[in-house]
Design a protein around this ligand. Structure first.
Ligand code: NAP
Ligand code: SF4
Length: 672
């Protein structure tokens, strides 16, 4: 028995099937499912996770019919010819000692398909198409389609199937009065709304036999108006158990919900209570999910009896070896998912291949590799921000002798400031990971040392990852004592008064507004504060688990300004920008767009909004006006004949973000 995580690493018997621990890789559509050239990339992606010790993997959702697929052209499992390509995936996972289940999905009104179908003809707010209501006979046939797909999945070598019943997809749509207005045998009252999901479980079990894992992914909390009540959710779980499921997995929130469910501003494990109340009502094992990215938290949830297994998807994108490192008792070696969504869900929802901000190899396993070097070199990396850290790490992994210079007394660069933003504490985990890895790989880290061309002269290659310096706009009065840079506020902790104007509504402006608007909450109250901010209710009778939000007021009076039209933070990720803006509104932050700045004096910030002059009578003005590249070492090094490569913000400050910086750093280090 593992002493650090005895519950998490205990095996689990599901009838005749034995799982080696309680860690499941949850379903996530990667884009590899539809890759030209077949499923080789998907097989490599999952095999790496199985090799990393995860017990059970659930694939991304595979459509059980053409109309039920997530989008036109998505991969299906409904005809005999669909089976063969999957064998490469199942064989690869089995060769690594893992188990894998195929997720069966019917997207209903979420299908990106003009021929979409649903319980009733009600358009989803996140889809341009309006569905056609299924006839009674078609509903019955849909249950058969699930069973047919499950039988085909077995033929393809899958150890089980997961029936997708959450997140607002078809089966969820049948359950909720929001989307099911039928009055036939498939709707009308709670019992009849439950009929299709239960029938699907029954027919799937009959189709696959007893030695197959059948997971039902159930919405534990819909977070939409007219969703299911807690009582209905518990009643469904009991019926799903009676119909023959082996496991119940957790889904939280429909895709159209306006409550964040997995973004970094959601406290860790914030929704585990919703799973725990279902677990208390059923006898079969239950899987907990959402914002669990750390083995200690997973262990605590299992030890408290709140669930029997833990599902993690993004944490296994970030680190394929999560389970193996937990079992080895080295959690500090885990590259922790920081819940940013930037390279995973933001990519998925913009039709790009999924990857991971902290691990660019995710979903690129065949193409981005870090083989040991045959010609070790003396490499200097200048700058200990995300780009420099990632480059030093991969270069050292490959066997180069690396020296890292960082002018500040600690590593992390922009991530040090990011970790101070409310709801972004996870960014500190990336710094912790790199500190651990650089020490393990014996990188010579020189903190508090500004590199000079003279110090760098003896290296075979120098990588400049010196980052950015904040831009100071040409504005009358910009040198007034009330004007601060965001670095002074976030990095140096300079005190800020009760009335503040922020110049610049990009990512840093939005972050700084959060920092200044939030009253520091005690960690123990984070979950309660989150529920109050977003109106999440634990009342079993409340539909959708939603009540009136009671957000905490802003700690300051804040104006967030930009010159351009459109929304602030519009270049932030698709899946998170809306939540940031909503939270700023809850804190009373005033947004001013299309402004022209006129100057700063003792009275405050003078500007024009359109033709109207305004004075913002503020104590401080914080500049969040973007960045300029810092690459002053480049010219002297090149003049001295030293081989130099410039990466990250030092190379290009415009649209700089950590995703591009880390990706560029890893790809460079892979070739050095
Ligand atoms: P940014 O996104 O480029 O935003 C800079 C802001 O400053 C813009 O709103 C711009 O708006 C304004 N600005 C630019 N030049 C100005 C000037 N001369 N005078 C006055 N205003 C000026 O840069 P950032 O906010 O520093 O962020 C840097 C990068 O980090 C971005 O890629 C950002 O997305 C990323 N980031 C991401 C997150 C995240 O959570 N994902 C958080 C923080 C940062 P106007 O031109 O309209 O005035
Ligand atoms: Fe986690 Fe961000 Fe990586 Fe997605 S991109 S897996 S949220 S660290």
């Amino acid at each position: 028995m593992n002493h650090a995580y005895p519950h998490l690493l205990a095996p689990l018997a599901l009838g005749p099937v034995q799982l080696r621990n309680r860690i499941m890789m949850g379903s996530m559509h990667t884009g590899l499912e539809e890759a030209r050239g077949g499923l080789r990339g998907l097989a490599a992606f999952y095999a790496e996770r199985a090799r990393g010790g995860v017990a059970l993997i659930v694939t991304g959702g595979i459509g059980i019919s053409e109309e039920g697929a997530l989008a036109v052209g998505a991969r299906l499992m409904c005809r005999p010819a669909d089976v063969a390509p999957h064998r490469e995936v199942t064989d690869a996972v089995h060769a690594e000692g893992g188990r894998i289940a195929l997720q069966l999905i019917h997207a209903g009104r979420y299908a990106y398909n003009p021929r979409q179908v649903a319980p009733s003809a009600i358009q989803a707010p996140i889809n341009p198409f309006t569905p056609r209501a299924l006839s009674s006979a078609e509903v019955d046939r849909t249950a058969d389609d699930f069973a047919n797909a499950a039988a085909l999945a077995r033929e393809a070598g899958y150890d089980g199937v997961e029936i997708m019943g959450s997140e607002g997809y078809l089966l969820n749509q049948f359950l909720a009065p929001r989307t099911n207005r039928r009055d036939d045998e498939w709707g009308g009252d709670a019992e009849r709304r439950m009929r299709l999901p239960v029938e699907v479980v029954r027919r799937v079990r009959a189709a696959v036999g007893e030695d197959c894992i059948v997971i039902y992914r159930q919405s534990m909390l819909d977070l939409v108006q007219d969703g299911s009540t807690g009582e209905e959710i518990i009643a469904l779980a009991r019926q799903v158990e009676a119909a023959g499921a082996s496991l119940i997995n957790t889904g939280i929130g429909w895709h159209e919900a306006r409550v964040p469910t997995i973004a970094t501003l959601v406290p860790r494990g914030a929704f585990a209570w919703a799973t725990a109340r279902v677990k208390a009502a059923v006898g079969l094992p239950v899987i907990v999910s959402n914002r669990i990215n750390d083995p200690a938290l997973a262990e605590a949830l299992l030890a408290a009896g709140e669930a029997d297994m833990v599902s993690m998807a993004r944490p296994l994108l970030a680190d394929a070896d999560f389970a193996r490192k937990a079992a080895a008792g080295t959690p500090a070696a885990i590259d922790t998912c920081i819940a940013c969504n930037q390279a995973c869900l933001d990519h998925t929802f913009s039709g790009k291949m999924t990857s991971c901000l902290v691990n660019p190899r995710a979903c690129h396993e065949l193409e981005l590799t870090y083989p040991p070097t045959t010609a070790p070199r003396r490499l200097a990396v200048v700058g200990g921000g995300p780009a420099g850290l990632a480059c030093a790490h991969v270069a050292a992994l490959r066997g180069h002798a690396v020296t890292l210079f960082e002018a500040q007394p600690r590593l992390g660069g922009q991530f040090v400031m990011a970790a101070r933003i409310p709801g972004k504490a996870e960014y500190a985990e990336t710094i912790r990971y790199f500190e651990h890895e650089l020490a393990r790989l014996q990188v010579d880290v020189r903190l508090g040392q500004r590199a000079t061309a003279a110090k760098l002269a003896g290296f075979d290659h120098v990588v400049l990852a010196t980052g950015v310096v904040p831009r100071t706009p040409a504005l009358p009065g910009v040198d007034h004592p009330s004007v601060l840079s965001y670095q002074q506020v976030l990095g140096e902790g300079v005190e800020v008064g009760g009335r503040v104007a922020l110049i610049g509504g990009g990512g840093i402006g939005v972050d700084t507004a959060h920092f200044l608007a939030d009253a520091p909450a005690h960690e123990a109250q984070a979950e309660a504060a989150f529920c109050a901010d977003w109106g999440v209710s634990r009342d079993l009778q409340v539909r959708g688990g939603l009540t009136t939000p009671q957000p905490s007021p802003g700690a300051r009076q804040i104006w967030l300004c930009q010159r351009s039209a459109g929304k602030v933070g519009r270049y932030l990720g698709k899946t998170t920008a809306w939540a940031h803006r909503a939270l700023l509104a809850k804190r009373g932050v005033q947004i001013l767009t299309e402004v022209q700045y006129e100057g700063v004096d003792d009275a405050g910030l003078h500007l024009r909004v359109g033709e109207t002059p305004r004075l913002l009578p503020v104590d401080h003005i914080v500049l969040c006006a973007g960045q300029e590249s810092e690459q002053s070492l480049r010219a002297p090094l090149e003049a001295a004949g030293v081989a130099v490569t410039v990466i990250g913000g030092a190379e290009r400050a415009a649209e700089l973000d950590a995703k591009r910086a880390i990706d560029q750093a890893c790809r460079l280090a892979a070739t050095l």
